[in-house]
Design a protein around this ligand. Structure first.
Ligand SMILES: Cc1cc2nc3c(=O)[nH]c(=O)nc-3n(C[C@H](O)[C@H](O)[C@H](O)COP(=O)(O)OP(=O)(O)OC[C@H]3O[C@@H](n4cnc5c(N)ncnc54)[C@H](O)[C@@H]3O)c2cc1C
Length: 409
């Protein structure tokens, strides 16, 4: 490392992980920091959806990146409970998150979350800048990016640490893994839609309603909107047929044998049918966990661990990743170490925890699979074994390096 040269860090993607990492490093005068983001600041591709972020992310952010935690909490609603019922109204589980977590999670709209994460780092992000190529030249990572407004291409070479926050379809992940990875499809269609709550809306905190293995999930988000994620089994590996996207098909999925849905399920069935044309469609899929297989290149968030969203841990783990990455970069700079060493150290601190989360998320998907029994499956989720794992998920967050026993500050 040349002592006179500032270490060059390039973050690709100002999504959840990339924005938080950029915020945690912004303003330092001992590094050269660039964040490349494909979309323009006005792009709201995800505006039509919402998400819940787990208590573990908020606990972790409060400890590592308190300003970001404060901004998120101020602009969201608390996630405090998890209720599971059948669409006929029979309640199977009513979990107070305070019994398995040290604090609440949050509920928010995607557009709101991206806007408030990107606002404080505006000066550090090149928007409309799309990574088109990455690789290694003379041992160091490089990237090529295209300005989507002008069409011009630029190259950044001699990168000391390249951070891939470019999401599930990450080009950098593909480079690190040596090619595209075939995802594992679980055989479940998951769709999402956001709509105004309207008068007398019976939906509030996070809850789910099952009819067989067809499931509705919904909660209220700020701005008086309801976020609803519906699901139903499909043959593994198959696409989502057009007739499955029609209001009549969707309505029948959730109508209980008794014929009369509960007020909440009835409200959601009607809303899903009315907003069918605005639905975002997806299939549950996951891939392998990989953080720092290449020195000087670090995968974070979905590019490191594409997982099923069943426990709301995708963005949540992206937050935990960001906290550890910022912690490790600060430590490397304080110790005068090359930041290229961060990728290996993040892998060592994160891989086991994230494998636990990926496996637990898949395990919790049991009630959504074809032929599942949601009653027996949900009752299992009220038992001590599942509760203990939830407590581990929500409480055992990564601590700052300086506070870990036996570790140098
Ligand atoms: C149906 C569904 C529901 C979900 N619900 C939840 C939930 O409730 N709670 C939860 O915690 N998680 C949820 N997730 C998961 C969550 O969406 C992701 O895990 C999370 O967004 C990952 O964050 P990230 O920072 O890795 O990537 P992202 O937030 O996806 O950000 C990636 C960024 O990289 C940019 N980018 C991509 N390619 C390039 C390029 N070539 N050049 C420059 N920039 C680029 C993108 O524009 C984007 O800004 C859900 C996912 C799905 C599919």
């Amino acid at each position: 490392m040349n002592a006179a040269k500032k270490q060059r860090i390039v973050v690709v993607g100002a999504g959840i992980a990339g924005s938080l990492i950029t915020a945690g490093l912004a303003g330092r005068d001992d590094i050269e920091l660039t964040c490349l983001e494909r979309v323009s600041p006005l792009d709201h591709a995800e505006a039509g959806t919402g998400l819940n972020i787990g208590p573990n992310a908020m606990k972790c952010l409060k400890l590592h990146l308190p300003a970001s935690a404060e901004a998120i909490i101020a602009n969201s609603l608390p996630w405090q409970s998890w209720q599971v019922s059948l669409t006929d109204g029979r309640v199977l589980m009513d979990l107070d998150l305070a019994t398995v977590a040290d604090n609440a999670g949050i509920r928010i709209r995607w557009a709101e979350l991206y806007a408030l994460l990107r606002e404080p780092i505006r000066e550090h992000v090149r928007f409309s800048a799309e990574l088109t190529q990455c690789g290694r030249a003379d041992g160091s990572p490089f990237v090529v990016w295209r300005d989507r407004a002008s069409g011009t291409e630029s190259r950044i070479e001699d990168i000391d640490l390249l951070i891939a926050g470019d999401g599930r379809y990450s080009q950098i992940r593909e480079f690190v893994l040596g090619g595209p990875e075939t995802p594992h499809f679980l055989g479940v269609c998951l769709y999402r839609v956001l709509f105004p709550a309207g008068p007398d809306c019976p939906i509030d905190d996070y809850a789910q309603w099952f009819n067989g293995s067809n499931r509705l999930l919904a909660f209220r988000v700020p701005g008086d909107f309801i976020y609803c994620a519906g699901s139903f089994p499909i043959p593994p590996g198959s696409g989502i047929a057009e007739d499955m996207k029609q209001p009549a098909f969707l309505g029948e999925l959730y109508r209980p044998a008794s014929g009369t849905p509960s007020p909440q399920a009835g409200y959601l069935i009607e809303a899903v049918q009315r907003h069918a044309e605005r639905i975002h469609w997806a299939r549950l899929q996951e891939g392998s966990v990989a953080y720092g297989r290449e020195p000087g290149i670090l995968l974070v968030g979905d590019s490191a661990h594409p997982m099923v969203p069943t426990l709301g841990q995708g963005a949540t783990q992206a937050c935990e990743d960001a906290c550890v990455v910022v912690d490790e970069i600060r430590a490397a700079l304080a110790e005068g170490r090359p930041v290229a060493t961060v990728s290996e150290r993040v892998e060592a601190r994160r891989a086991d925890r994230v494998r636990f989360v990926v496996d637990f998320s898949r395990e919790a998907t049991d009630t959504m699979l074809a032929g599942a029994d949601p009653v027996a499956g949900t009752i299992r989720k009220t038992e001590p074994a599942f509760r203990q794992k939830l407590a581990q998920l929500y409480r055992d967050i990564p601590l700052p390096a300086s506070s870990r026993v036996g570790e140098p500050a």
